[in-house]
Design a protein. Structure first.
Length: 307
């Protein structure tokens, strides 16, 4: 090879190395998250589909809205009932988002072994830690943010449709806009989603991701059987149900806020104290469990190839 070609080759190799060094950790993490969104479209299709189905039913219910509005004007105490449709819409979208979160966590690391794409992804200069963290960001950050945005947009669309229906019937939509307080409701919903769906349910997501990394098949079965077995064994041997109560406490934290310390209400309009919530030992214990599960998931992925 002549000297000029040698110099050109070395220069090109140096430029490639320079470009590789300029790729930051945050940029790599961003593209890892983009990869998850490309491969798991249910992350955004699920909440959007739930909103679409609910809006279709809401269009039919608009036929009764003028009469309901007249009753609410005559009796202001009935005005709050008009807001139930908006609360039900938020609840429906959030439930669908939770189902998608569970499905995604169980498939996050098992899926790449089933289709053997793990062989390709491991050939790239992306660490197992970054891969697991990017997958964990979907249930912890992306899905709550997507579902919250879908809820807000759905509420605005519902309000606009209601305004049109009232205007076509010769009624003013102003009372509807002033009484529903969608902005305040949106902030309460965001507060609820951060507290419950991110902070409180963190160990659940961590456990499911760990099972996804470990189980070769039937991840859902392996995610359910160990806790169930521990609960049954404790009951048979010691006659107690402490573990079962802890699992119930973790899952029902949003539904029994009045009976369990630190539990959070499912209704986003319910008031709760963040100071008391962050003082709850169960919150920090849950985050420790989630951290341990993610660390184990990283180690398992590092040592496991396609199954």
């Amino acid at each position: 090879m002549n000297p000029e070609a040698n110099i050109a080759t070395q220069s090109l190799a140096g430029e490639v190395r320079t470009v590789a060094r300029t790729i930051s950790w945050t940029e790599t993490f961003y593209w890892c998250v983009r990869r998850e969104l490309w491969e798991h479209r249910a992350v955004y299709i699920g909440p959007v589909a739930a909103a679409g189905v609910y809006l279709a039913g809401f269009l039919v219910s608009l036929l009764r809205l003028p009469q309901q509005m007249r009753e609410a004007i005559a009796d202001p105490s009935k005005m709050k009932h008009l807001g139930h449709s908006y609360e039900f819409a938020a609840a429906a979208i959030m439930i669908v988002a939770m189902v998608v979160q569970i499905y995604y966590c169980l498939d996050a690391l098992q899926g790449e072994r089933k289709d053997r794409s793990i062989l390709f992804w491991k050939s790239l200069p992306v660490s197992d830690l970054m891969t697991v963290l990017s997958k964990a960001s979907i249930p912890f950050v992306i899905l709550p943010a997507v579902s919250f945005g879908v809820v807000v947009i759905t509420g605005i669309v519902m309000l606009l449709l209601s305004s049109v229906a009232l205007a076509l019937n010769g009624m003013s939509p102003v009372p509807l806009w002033t009484q529903l307080s969608l902005v305040q409701g949106a902030f309460r919903l965001l507060y609820h989603m951060v507290m419950v769906h991110v902070l409180w349910y963190a160990p659940i997501y961590g456990w499911l991701i760990l099972i996804s990394a470990w189980a070769r098949r039937a991840a859902l079965l392996w995610a359910v059987l160990p806790p169930l077995g521990i609960g049954v064994l404790e009951r048979l041997v010691f006659g107690t149900s402490h573990f079962a109560m802890w699992v119930q406490y973790r899952f029902s934290a949003g539904m029994e806020a009045q009976t369990m310390p630190g539990a959070m209400p499912m209704n986003p309009a319910t008031q709760f104290t963040p100071g008391r919530f962050f003082e709850t030992p169960g919150l920090w214990l849950g985050w420790m469990v989630a951290a341990v599960c993610l660390i184990l998931a990283v180690r398992i992925r590092r040592n496991r190839e396609a199954s």
